[in-house]
Ligand binder design. Structure first.
Ligand code: NAI
Ligand code: MG
Length: 354
């Protein structure tokens, strides 16, 4: 098995944690018997922007589209380039052009990571948030009338297409079916949002008929966020529209500790385009260049990428190695109260794997 990936470290700590991710990927390749062809790119970074006046070259799509996946660090350096330019000129291009309509985030309490929720142990919290990533509330249809006057009115439409809703639901039900609990929760608000959300509910019910082996329920978003905090053990796979999924996919990882360990996937499940795997965190200018960054979010993203590429065993091996390392206080980085450097932590995961 050969997997070819485009590697884009980006800015700030992206350039420090991506090498640790690659180190662990190489160890996984050796241990599990696959080959990894990695090509690194300097674009999609603010340094590139300062040299070329754009975040990416014009032919960026051709340069990465033949790859099986994109392994991404973080982008943004607000001192030199405004965030809306760096983000829209890079990450958002990938998500749109490559139709990465699934945003996937595991929420899992790891050993050694104090949960802000009292009394929770590793094993208690272990679920996925599946966010619709292309339509819904984040449309640019709308406008402002009578700007600056007392008659000012603003409107922004929500767009839900049958194809768009059904494909995210099918992904989420498939994921639920693949897990031991086989349970899906849908985020809704059909009591208040009376056109789009009843439609969402209707499609969930229709999709559920194809998955008789999956138990499912739905919660209104307001009470669902409360259950994330009060009863996180209730969930297995949680699916939501673009806005609800956005909120849930930040709240979930926050319930399980530091932002330094949370991974994510921007996925085109059919594989027509490459999917992109990146840590949830950004470029962290406040700690960049000091070897303080926690590489676990990047390494865990590598595990998600391997899972996507069909290397299920290697993916599970990496997650287990992360758990081994996090359980050992001397191997943790500063955000987890430890004193290990970025590369000491990364090397420890690679060793635990081999
Ligand atoms: P951030 O995630 O970079 O940092 C927030 C806080 O968390 C900081 O105090 C930082 O030191 C800490 N932190 C983040 N990752 C860490 C790690 N691996 N280990 C230890 N501590 C860690 O978010 P912020 O400060 O809002 O944004 C900084 C830049 O990153 C901006 O330019 C922003 O646009 C960009 N950004 C990029 C993202 C991406 O590439 N997907 C996502 C979020 C922000
Ligand atoms: Mg968010």
């Amino acid at each position: 098995r050969i997997h070819s990936i485009a590697v884009i470290p980006g800015d700030g700590i992206g350039k420090e944690v991506v090498p640790e991710g690659l180190r662990v990927l190489e160890a996984a390749a050796k241990r599990y018997g696959f080959e990894l062809k990695a090509e690194e790119h300097a674009f999609a970074s603010c340094d590139y922007y300062l040299k070329h006046g754009a975040m990416m070259p014009e032919d960026w799509k051709e340069r990465v589209s033949g790859r099986d996946a994109i392994f991404f660090g973080a982008v943004g350096w607000p001192d030199t380039v405004p965030d809306h330019i760096s983000l829209w000129g890079s990450l958002i291009q990938f998500r749109r052009e490559f139709d990465q309509y699934v945003n996937l985030r595991p929420v899992r309490l790891m050993p050694g990571v104090p949960s802000p929720l009292a009394g929770r142990q590793p094993g208690d919290i272990d679920f996925y948030v599946v966010r619709e990533n292309t339509e819904g509330e984040y449309s640019s249809i709308g406008g402002r009338m009578f700007p600056g006057t007392e008659r000012e009115v603003v409107i922004q439409e929500t767009v839900m297409s049958r194809v768009g809703v059904d494909r995210i639901l099918a992904y989420a039900f498939d994921l639920a079916r693949s897990r031991p609990k086989k349970h899906l929760t849908s985020a809704t608000k059909s009591n208040g949002i009376s056109i789009t959300m009843p439609y969402w509910d209707e499609r969930v019910e229709a999709m559920a008929a194809n998955y008789p082996d999956v138990r499912w329920d739905k919660y209104h978003i307001d009470i669902l966020v409360a259950h994330f905090v009060l009863n996180p053990d209730r969930f297995d796979v949680v699916v939501g529209s673009n806005l609800f999924g956005d909120i849930l996919s930040d709240l979930g990882p926050a319930c399980t500790g530091t932002i330094g360990i949370a991974p994510s996937g921007n996925i085109n499940p059919e594989g027509r385009f490459p999917s992109l795997f990146e840590p949830v965190h950004g470029s962290a200018p406040d700690i960049a260049g000091q070897a303080l960054a926690n590489p676990v979010g990047q390494i865990w993203s590598a595990a998600m990428m391997l899972e996507h590429l069909g290397e299920t065993e290697a993916a599970a091996g990496i997650v287990a190695a992360i758990e081994t390392v996090l359980a050992e206080p001397s191997l943790r980085t500063r955000d987890l109260g430890g004193r290990a450097s970025t590369s000491e932590c990364g090397r420890a995961v690679a060793e635990a794997l081999s």
